[in-house]
Design a protein around this ligand. Structure first.
Ligand code: ADP
Ligand code: ASP
Ligand code: MG
Length: 403
């Protein structure tokens, strides 16, 4: 008897009828003779609503208490879904991350899964239960509740699939699969039949929130059979796998991200070791830095600009301001009035002119570019947030990605 892990996102469990619908769908998989583990997210916008509740009390809530609060959203979903399955006459048990033994690192709001004990899960499955697990949460070595970062339920699902050596991991969501761009923004976006792990890691990291990037990294590492499909219909969805049949396609997708803040450190002495000093300060605080640009030398100094997630902007600025003397820099400026558009494709390597086509698409619609970054399989441009929809539409068309 094989094990199947199914994950249902917030929109798929948003109300009672949706929960009853997915309960029926889960039972179908069980009746096909599978052991079924289900991961669910918080209902609808519950996580955002919880964040708002915290803001009513404190502008800087303790991180531990924030994770304690946010983990409750998923607990509502697991219990309701287990009730719906019981109502249909099947055995089901809901379990929190802690009850499953999902052990994580200690970084509140961005913890990493380290181990999954699995014993309880196996016992419940062997007893004939459909097991419903709360996504997005775990516990650290001191039994504090941790959360895995926004969108982290996908990672819970893939990690459980790895721990249980599942036959497949199905991510059910509110669109039919992975598209060449966010189908809610680009009307003629095309659904991809398959995509490589590497391309999907890039797309997810660059803002395509349909999958959590860590989920895809984990799937790649353990070669998990991963499928993204709709919870509302039975269409085939998109397979994420090692090698994609369409690898020849130069550009597979366009991603966008509004969650960006830009910082510029002005007047950094033009001597060895300064970039190291600056980025060590941020690394020591677990702040992830994205696009980095250093200006040419002028008056024996340079400016260093880079981007961070919006949530890290304030903290990054205060760390740098506190250390301006150590860095010998003149001042620091910042903006959160910025966004990022990116193209991703494994076929970009050895295909000259791809960057030029992207810049031409942006020029055609009068979009100004602030910063550019490239790697073997992606090109990103920082632009104004008001230009994002126009930019992705133009890029999508330039690379003929539409259906
Ligand atoms: P869930 O609650 O099921 O986890 P999410 O909202 O996290 O759902 O992710 C699904 C959403 O991701 C879609 O509704 C879509 O707007 C967005 N999205 C962004 N980029 C893409 C893409 N390339 N393909 C499909 N969906 C995308
Ligand atoms: N509920 C969490 C969030 O909204 C986790 C998830 O949905 O995957 O980010
Ligand atoms: Mg999600």
């Amino acid at each position: 008897m094989g094990i199947v892990v199914q994950k249902f996102g917030g929109s798929s469990v948003a109300d009672a009828q949706k929960i009853i619908n997915i309960a029926k769908r889960i039972i179908e998989t069980y009746d096909e003779g599978n052991k079924v583990v289900v991961v669910v997210s918080a209902q609808g916008d519950t996580t955002d609503a919880l964040i708002e509740k915290a803001k009513e009390i404190s502008s800087k809530p303790p991180k531990r208490e924030m994770d304690m609060l946010l983990s409750t959203g998923e607990q509502i979903s697991i219990s309701l879904l287990a009730m719906a399955i019981a109502e249909l006459g099947y055995k089901s048990v809901s379990l929190t991350g802690a009850q499953v033994g999902i052990k994580t690192s200690k970084e509140y709001s961005n913890a990493r899964i380290e181990t999954i004990e699995g014993g309880r899960l196996i016992r419940e499955l062997d007893a004939g239960n459909i097991v419903i697990v709360a996504g997005f949460q775990g516990i650290d070595s001191e039994d504090n509740i941790t959360t895995l970062g926004r969108g982290g339920s996908d990672t819970t699902a893939v990690a459980l699939a790895v721990a249980l050596d599942a036959d497949r991991c199905e991510i059910f969501t509110d669109v039919d699969g992975i598209y060449t761009a966010d189908p809610r923004i680009v009307e003629d976006a095309t659904k991809l039949d398959d995509i490589s792990y590497d391309e999907m890691i890039e797309l997810a990291s660059l803002g395509a929130r349909v999958l959590h990037n860590r989920a895809v990294e984990l799937a790649k590492k353990y070669n998990v059979n991963l499928v993204v499909r709709s919870s509302m219909n039975k269409n085939s969805g998109t397979i994420v796998r090692g090698l994609s049949d369409m690898e020849k396609m130069v550009v597979r997708g366009v991603a966008h991200d509004y969650d960006i803040g830009q910082i510029s450190v002005i007047g950094v002495p033009d001597i060895p070791g300064m970039a190291f000093k600056l980025f060590k300060l941020l690394a020591d605080e677990d702040i992830n830095v994205d696009i980095i640009l250093q200006s040419t030398s002028r008056d024996a100094t340079r400016d260093i600009s880079f981007t961070v997630a919006k949530s890290n902007l304030e903290r990054s600025i205060s760390i740098i301001e506190e250390n301006l003397d150590l860095l010998g820099a003149k001042r620091v400026t910042n903006t959160d009035d910025i966004a990022k558009v990116s193209i991703v494709g494994a076929g970009m390597v050895g295909n000259p002119g791809v960057a030029c086509m992207m810049f031409e698409a942006l020029a055609d619609v009068g979009v100004n570019i602030y910063m550019i970054s490239t790697s073997e399989i992606k090109i990103s441009c920082l632009i104004g947030p008001e230009d994002v929809e126009r930019a992705i539409g133009a890029i999508h068309e330039k690379f003929k990605l539409g259906c």
